[in-house]
Design a protein. Structure first.
Length: 181
């Protein structure tokens, strides 16, 4: 049996929460993950409506609780997805998704603030953004909008922020992006 968590969550969820639940469901205190069953994390990377990047051609990140778990998950996804990107652990795979969504949240907050700055300076933010987007390297175009939008971008960075607070660390960029967005 292979169990793969794909929902965005904080690093450690797969092994700290899901693994004990699976062991309990099996009726044992400690179960042989990687032998009795296989456990992995692989973040979903769906962009609804995007016809260029589909499930099949969007690289799939996979981290296993053990190397055997990762290999079984790679085999499953490899049957339908062109490129598998193995990482060292479920925690690394969980962090990949949080980096992707936190990156988007921060850049959306930044461009929203740039739009406010342009308004104060009596500049057209769309003109500024379009001109900046002509740079072929080191710049990725984001456009202003109402907040950061969607169902995941406004929330996902806070999974990471919460986890870091349990480790006595304040994720200041995440907090600032939330204030601006």
């Amino acid at each position: 049996m292979l169990v793969v968590l794909e929902s965005t969550t904080y690093p450690g969820t797969t092994e700290e929460l899901l693994l004990p639940m699976l062991c309990q469901a099996m009726g044992v205190e400690r179960c042989a993950v990687g032998q009795q069953f296989f456990l992995a994390f692989s973040p979903e990377r769906i962009d609804p409506g995007n016809q260029r990047y589909t499930v099949e051609n969007t690289p799939k990140v996979v981290g296993g609780t053990t190397p055997a778990c990762r290999e079984v998950a790679e085999a499953l996804y490899g049957a339908i997805i062109e490129r598998i990107v193995p990482v060292s652990s479920t925690q690394a795979a969980e962090m990949v998704k949080l980096l992707e969504n936190t990156f988007r949240a921060m850049n959306i907050a930044l461009v929203n603030e740039i739009a406010v700055m342009c308004d104060k300076l009596e500049l057209d933010p769309w003109e500024v953004i379009e001109a900046a987007a002509t740079k072929p390297y080191g710049f990725m175009k984001f456009t202003p909008g109402l907040g950061v939008g969607g169902h995941c971008i406004p929330l996902d960075p806070f999974y990471l922020s919460w986890k870091l607070k349990t480790l006595n660390y304040n994720a200041r960029f995440i907090q600032l992006a939330a204030e601006i967005a």
